[in-house]
Design a protein around this ligand. Structure first.
Ligand code: M6R
Length: 615
C-alpha cells in the first residue's frame, strides 16, 4: 500500500527519503516520487524539484541522481494505484502551481465534487487521482500568500471526506512540513535539529528511534527544531515513544525469497510467541497485561473480526474457543462487519486479528465496535505500535518479527498459536480442568519441533509442485477445523501462483463443486488423524471416481497409501488440536514452489499490497 516519508534537516535529505521509501517497498507499490525544495547556490532562491517514476524505488534513485535533485526539506511517496493507472503523472507528489507539493495515503471519497468545484475556480487537473484535488484546495486557501500553509491545510481538510495521511510542502515557507492524519497512519520521527514524517516508523529506522504517533484528527507543523500539533483546533502535546528494532529484516539471507525465509522462521517465531506466555504446565495469563484477567472473567461470548489470512486464523479459533472454552464464537470479515446489523450479546469480547495492525477495514470495524457495548476489545497483532494495538483495550502480540512477503505465512501460524493460548485462558473460566490445560500446554511446547519436521517435506512438495504449473484451477478440501486451513492453502496458491484455487468443506463436494472435477483438476486435501477421517476418505473417493487427481496431506500415523491418481504426502504426526497449525506449513510450501515453477514475483504478487490501508 502507499507509503509516505518526509524530512526537514540541516543536512541533505534526498538519501534519507529514498532509503525510507526502500524500507516501505515491501508494502507493495507501482510508482514512486519525491519533491525537494532546492536552494539556488548563487541567488538563494528556492524552488520545488519533483522526480517521479513508475516501477521500483531503484528507478527513482537513478532518476533522482540524474536530475541532480537535492534539498534540506522534502517529501516522498510510494503509490499503489487506486484512482487512475500507475503512471508518472498519477504518481505522488502532486503539485498545485509552482509552490505546493503534497503526498497522500488513503482515499478521498468526494474528490469528484471537489474537482468540479476547483475547476470552476480555474484549476486545471493533470492527473486522474483524488489527491490532486487536495493540492489545489490547499493552494486555493493560501489565497496567494494571504494565509499560512498551516491554516490553508486546516481549512482544506474540513472539506475532505474519506481517509487521509497528508504531508505538504510549500515553496513560500521552505522550512516546514505540514501533516494531517485521518484514517491513515502517520508518525513524526524526532531527531536532534532535524525531524521526519512517515506512514510507518520502519521508514525512519536509519535516522531515529523516537516517534510521536499522530492521533486521528491531528494536524502538525514540523520544522527542524520544533513539532507543533493541533487537535480539534487546540494545541496538544503528544508523547514521544522510543521504538527499538527499526530494522526491516531486509536481508533474505540464504533464501531466494522473503516468503521462503519466513516459512522457515516459523519454528523460531512460534517459540518466541509462546515464550513468557506459558510455563511448563499452564498459561501465564498475567503476560497479557494487568487488566486482561479481569476482562477475561466477564467474557461469555466472542466476536472475531479480520481480513484475508487473519480471518482464516479467526475461523480456526472459532473451533478452539467453542470446543476448549465452550464459549460461543462468531467470525466476521471486517469489510462486511460494520455494514450489517450487529446484535451484541452481553459479555461479548471483541477480537481483531491483524498482522500489520493498520488494515483499514479491520481498524474501521474496531472503531465501529467500540460504540456497540462489547465487554472489551482485544487486538491480536504483530506490530506493537500499530493503530489497532493502540486503540484496543488489551492486546496479545504475535512475535513473528517483520513479515515482508506479501503472502502471509509466519504471521498466520503465530496468530493461531496465540489464539490457542487464548482459548485455554477463556476455558479456565468455563470449566477447563488444570489437567486438561496442562495437556494442551504440553502440546504447545511440542509445536516448534513438529513444524521443523513439517519443513522437511520441502523436497517432496517441490517435486509435486511441477504438476500444478500448467493448471488453471484447483480445489482444496478440508473438514471441520481443517476447512479454514484449506481456505488458507487456496488463498496462498491463488495469491502467488495466480492459479484459481477454491476451498470447500469436503462434505459439500457433492452439493455442487463435484461437477468441476475431471482429470485436469488437481484436488488438494488435508487429512489429519481425527474423528472425521472416515468421512473425509469417503469424500476423496467421490473425487477419485470422477478421475480427479488427488494430493492428500495426511497425518503419517494414518498410513494412507498412494494410488494411481492419488498422491499421499505424509505430514508429521501431531495431536488434533495442533493439526491446523502443522498442516498449514506444507500448503505454504506447495504454493511457494508452484509459484517458483511458474516464475511469478513471489514476494510482490501482482495487484496486491502488504498492508491494505484503504477500505
Ligand atoms: O495485516 P492484516 O493481517 O490485517 O492483513 C489482512 C490481509 O490483507 C492479509 O492477510 C492478506 O490476505 C495476505 N496477503 C494474505 O496472504
Amino acid at each position: 500500500m502507499c507509503g509516505i516519508v518526509g524530512a526537514v534537516a540541516e543536512r541533505e535529505v534526498r538519501d534519507i527519503l529514498l532509503e525510507g521509501l526502500k524500507r516501505l517497498e515491501y508494502r507493495g507499490y507501482d510508482s514512486a516520487g519525491l519533491a525537494l525544495i532546492t536552494t539556488d547556490a548563487t541567488t538563494s532562491d528556492t524552488r520545488i524539484n519533483t522526480v517521479k517514476t513508475v516501477g521500483k524505488v531503484n528507478k527513482l534513485v537513478t532518476a533522482t541522481t540524474k536530475a541532480k535533485a537535492s534539498g534540506r526539506i522534502g517529501i516522498a511517496h510510494t503509490r499503489w494505484a487506486t484512482h487512475g493507472k500507475p503512471s508518472v503523472a498519477n504518481a505522488h507528489p502532486h503539485r498545485s502551481g509552482d509552490d505546493i507539493a503534497l503526498v497522500h495515503n488513503g482515499i478521498i471519497e468526494n474528490y469528484e465534487s471537489l474537482r468540479t468545484l476547483l475547476k470552476k475556480q480555474g484549476y486545471r487537473f493533470d492527473t486522474d487521482t483524488d489527491t490532486e484535488a487536495i493540492a489545489h484546495l490547499i493552494h486555493h486557501y493560501r489565497e496567494g500568500n494571504k494565509h499560512s500553509l498551516l491554516s490553508a491545510v486546516k481549512k482544506a481538510i474540513k472539506l475532505l471526506e474519506g481517509a487521509y495521511g497528508l504531508c505538504v510542502i510549500d515553496n513560500n515557507e521552505p522550512d516546514k512540513l505540514v501533516v494531517a492524519r485521518s484514517g491513515s497512519p502517520l508518525v513524526i520521527g524526532v531527531g536532534i535539529g532535524e525531524n521526519f514524517v512517515a506512514s510507518d516508523p520502519l521508514a525512519l529506522g536509519q535516522v531515529t528511534d523516537r516517534f510521536i504517533y499522530l492521533e486521528e484528527g491531528d494536524i502538525a507543523q514540523v520544522e527542524r527544531e520544533s513539532v507543533n500539533i493541533w487537535h480539534k483546533g487546540k494545541k496538544v502535546k503528544r508523547e514521544i515513544t522510543t521504538v527499538a528494532h527499526q530494522n526491516n529484516d531486509s536481508d533474505k539471507g540464504r533464501y531466494e525469497h522473503f516468503m521462503l525465509k519466513e516459512i522457515y522462521e516459523q519454528p523460531k517465531v512460534i517459540k518466541d510467541t509462546l515464550d513468557g506466555r506459558i510455563s511448563k504446565t499452564s498459561v501465564l495469563e498475567q503476560a497479557f497485561g494487568i487488566e486482561a484477567p479481569g476482562l477475561f472473567d466477564k467474557v461469555t461470548s466472542v466476536q472475531i473480526v479480520a481480513c484475508g489470512t487473519s480471518s482464516h486464523a479467526g475461523l480456526v479459533a472459532k473451533y478452539w474457543i467453542e470446543s476448549i472454552a465452550k464459549v460461543p464464537c462468531q467470525v466476521d470479515i471486517a469489510s462486511d462487519y460494520r455494514y450489517r446489523d450487529i446484535i451484541v450479546l452481553p459479555g461479548t469480547l471483541f477480537i481483531t486479528i491483524s498482522q500489520s495492525g493498520e488494515t483499514a477495514d479491520t481498524l474501521a470495524a474496531l472503531r465501529y465496535a467500540k460504540k456497540l457495548g462489547y465487554v472489551a476489545t482485544l487486538a491480536i497483532c504483530n506490530v506493537a505500535t500499530s493503530s489497532l494495538v493502540r486503540e484496543s483495550d488489551i492486546n496479545m502480540l504475535t512475535m513473528a518479527g517483520q513479515e515482508i512477503g506479501v503472502a502471509s505465512t509466519k504471521a498466520f501460524t503465530t496468530q493461531l498459536t496465540i489464539l490457542l493460548v487464548l482459548a485455554i485462558v477463556l476455558g479456565r473460566r468455563t470449566g477447563l480442568k488444570p489437567a486438561a490445560e496442562t495437556k494442551l500446554v504440553k502440546e504447545l511446547h511440542k509445536l516448534p519441533s513438529i513444524i521443523e519436521k513439517a519443513l522437511g517435506l520441502k523436497k517432496q512438495i517441490k517435486t509435486i509442485s511441477k504438476q500444478f504449473s500448467d493448471k488453471h484451477h484447483s480445489l482444496f478440501l478440508g473438514r471441520g477445523i481443517q476447512y479454514p486451513v484449506a481456505k488458507e492453502g487456496a488463498l496462498k496458491l491463488k495469491e502467488i501462483s495466480y492459479i484459481h484455487a477454491e476451498a470447500y468443506p469436503a462434505g459439500e463436494l457433492k452439493h455442487g463443486p463435484l461437477a468441476l472435477v475431471d482429470n485436469k483438476m488437481p484436488v488438494v486435501a488435508v487429512a489429519p488423524n481425527n474423528d472425521l477421517l472416515g468421512k473425509l476418505k469417503a469424500n476423496l473417493s467421490e473425487v477419485s471416481a470422477r478421475g480427479g487427481k488427488l494430493y492428500v496431506f495426511a497425518d503419517e500415523s494414518i498410513n494412507f497409501a498412494s494410488e494411481k491418481r492419488l498422491k499421499v504426502i505424509n505430514v508429521p504426526s501431531c495431536s488434533e488440536v495442533l493439526a491446523p497449525i502443522v498442516f498449514t506449513v506444507p500448503l505454504q510450501l506447495l504454493s511457494y514452489y508452484v509459484a517458483i515453477t511458474k516464475g511469478t514475483d513471489v514476494d510482490h504478487p501482482r495487484n496486491l499490497a502488504k498492508s491494505v490501508t484503504v477500505e
